[in-house]
Ligand binder design. Sequence first.
Ligand code: FAD
Length: 287
Amino acid sequence: MTIQENHPLARYTTYQIGGPADFFVEAVSTEEVLEALEWAEDRDMPVYVFGGGSNLLFDDEGFRGLVIRMRAQGLEVRGDEVWAEAGCVTAKVVKAAAEAELTGLEAWNGLPGTVGGAVLGNAGCFGVETKDVLKEATVYLPGEGVKTLGLEDFGYAYRWSRFKKENGVILSAVFKLTKGEPVAIAERMNEIARSRIQKQPPGSSTGSFFKNPVGDHAGRLIEAAGLKGRQVGKAMISPAHANFMLNTGGASSADVLGLAELVQNEVQRQFGVRLEREVVYVSPILR
Ligand SMILES: Cc1cc2nc3c(=O)[nH]c(=O)nc-3n(C[C@H](O)[C@H](O)[C@H](O)COP(=O)(O)OP(=O)(O)OC[C@H]3O[C@@H](n4cnc5c(N)ncnc54)[C@H](O)[C@@H]3O)c2cc1C
């Protein structure tokens, strides 16, 4: 395990935004994750754990403490279940399931990020959320150690798990699938891939920036508010999809947060709806 000092974070995120972490480590095995957590605990140092960096915004000031990038890539098909370590990219899990003729994860074809990020945030697309396919996950809980938690322990809701508020590091997960028909699995995956190409605007983003409010779509409200194409600094509301906030090149975290605030205020003023961020903003000092 090599801990690096004063290490810039931008390159590890789809947004390409983020200043230096005081300390940074890429943990390539579960043992290294636990070692890194112990290293920080011994020094009473704040820790931030992330995976693919496809749903977060690091601050330009970086992070005061240790940032752990989850890179453990273990993956095994076990009967009709798939076990994967948290740093495994979701795409690899989807591919392994399809190759083993297991159905259930086709909708995740093209979902960026890692298993840990998907388990933490109850990622979902085309009708399948983590809560629909997760059997259990092994988690490091500060003060308690490593525990395997069942689906019911995650308190899942729309883009939500209890670990969005409580400390816990996802180490691995087991997805429960069923035997499927290979041609049907391949067709569904192709259909999803086509749909993503059509719907997803190009450019550097974190996918949907705001959660959809109950019974509506954040994108529809932002577009109706006349905000498509609006810019703050180098951050811009995608002219193609109003819930995608793009880094047009060299945007700062302040640009993105400023644009997000402008959107929230304008949508609230016009429609009385307060949009909530889906994207996780990482403050330099943990609160
Ligand atoms: C083009 C694009 C399209 C997208 N489309 C979708 C979509 O259709 N549906 C959807 O739900 N999301 C979508 N996203 C958002 C993102 O891909 C998902 O939220 C994904 O699950 C995040 O995984 P990640 O590994 O990148 O998480 P990160 O961005 O690395 O982290 C996100 C959060 O999870 C936490 N975290 C990550 N790993 C761990 C771990 N092992 N233990 C504890 N906490 C952890 C981080 O601390 C952070 O709070 C899209 C993003 C992009 C860029």
